[in-house]
Write a new protein. Sequence first.
Length: 627
Amino acid sequence: MRRKVREVLNWMAGELKEQQLPGGAWAHPFETGIKTDCFMVVLLKALKINEPVLMRRLIERIAGKRESDGSYRLFHDQEEGDVSTAAEAYYALLLSGKYKEEDPDILAIKRFILSKGGIRKTGLFTRILLALTSQAEWPAVQKIPIESILLPKSFPVSMYDLSVYGRANLIPILVAASKKYQIRIEGAPDLSSLSSDRTAPSSLYRSREWRGLFDMVSEGAEHLVGTPERLKEAALKKAEAFMLGRLESDGTLYSYFSCTFLMIFALLALGYDKEHPVIKKAVAGLIAMAVPVENGVHMQYTTAHVWNTSLLSGALQKAGFRSSMTDRANRYLLTRQHHLYGDWAVHNPYSAPGGWGFSDINSLNPDIDDTSAVLRAIHHDTVSGKISRGAWDRGLEWLLSMQNGDGGWASFERNASPPFVHFIPVENAEFIISDASSADLTGRTMEFLCAYAKLPASHDQIRKAAGWLIKHQERDGSWNSRWGICYVYGTWAAVTGLASAGYGENHEVISRAKAWLESVQNPDGGWGESCKSDQEKRYIPLGTSTLTQTAWATEALLCCSEGISSSAERGIRYLAEHAGKKDWTAAYPKGQGFAGQFYIHYHSYDFVFPMLALSRYLERANSLSPA
């Protein structure tokens, strides 16, 4: 088996050498569903921008994702399809001019949408898209006064209680909503037939808790000093400054598609001309994120250069491939370290910048996972003196400073988990509004701090992190996660973190995790979990095995004992025998953006995590029986 494992690792290293860009980065696509593709079609049509090749390729992908019954699935085993995606696809396909309402394919999509309750059953972002382009009334989000962004941080509810992702999307929405802005697209279809009741009350403004929260925000805004006109003007100016002050070098807002898209409409609502340089540069920045994928071109939500490169460099080094390939990767990573203060400093005012962000051009929004991944990648070069210790020290200090008060780590900010999040009437609001501690972020950070930064298990921050993980273990022995699918990912991160701090196979928390992992192993030796898990809040099997999930589970099992269990051996055998497989499971989402709406296919993961698991196996096997 060891010889086969080495052969697989050599093959992977060869493939990655071919895929690396000259500058050192890996630019594997950050691939999601067709939501961004559809929104881009709408944006191009709304602004009358002529990009025929891009339009044609986007439409090819949108059309190619349609199922025979007219539905659109967010993932392979989503039997019923997603009404929001279908509505967005219907709109984009008709806007393109290539399809007509009477075409059989379009009629099939329409029948599916109506069978699911029509437009009024779509999600918030879909309804906002339709409101912005005069296809629907503004949803109840317009009831949140724009003046609320003037509320100070000392108020029980303020914008800085929200996650950075929540702020970056909500502020442009509130600007456009406060103006009730709507643009009419020349030649647009009339979508009123997609709902038998356009005036049906929005489900967004129905709960007693939401009304109470809304009343508190409204009353707070009413107590601000100044005339209503002056307060609204001041709020709009602050919102405008917020957006313009967070533009990246390519013109996008935080380098994210959704908030850049919304910002463009917000600026139009504020009176900006379509030809304004800020708007033109923002559109160009979005267009630059288009990437060829199977069956067309995809509008990436953002690029993933730093994430891909740090993970791949770290995995290659773990597998023994320190070479010019990883040298180039690490030099690239050093150029992407942050030196600017971002919104993270609001809740962490005493720490200097030093983290890393996710995308190639991200300079304002560092995150915990990318920072620890980069620090893993540059660790050996730092220790050997090839890289100055300054970058390492700044990154480590920033990472340590971002631990939450509860002992865990979140994604982007510190202590940005408002208690009122569950009262907000937005589907899965905790994924949009909150940035709470999670098992994957806490476990991965803990593993880095113990294994690479060499913090002892007795260190106060490690003890607190371990306490958080133990407290949040599920009854069945697993952990849920924030960014991966779902319980397998969370359990892998938690186990590897705890094991690095000395929690051994005889500790109850580890033995329970091991028992759970073995209980969900497939007969072929692999693991596979469905995206349904994040909606059901419980483990749902996929029914087949995937490489990435098998690697997560196998590496976790190797950390659960000092030997190599039969379950781990079977997992390694699956990885070795199926490396590089290209069936539908290869494109199955490995990550989640937010439950039920946004899933991520990371093209690099079937290299990264099998390499890590196979490398750990070789290390363990050689220690037990030197080859």
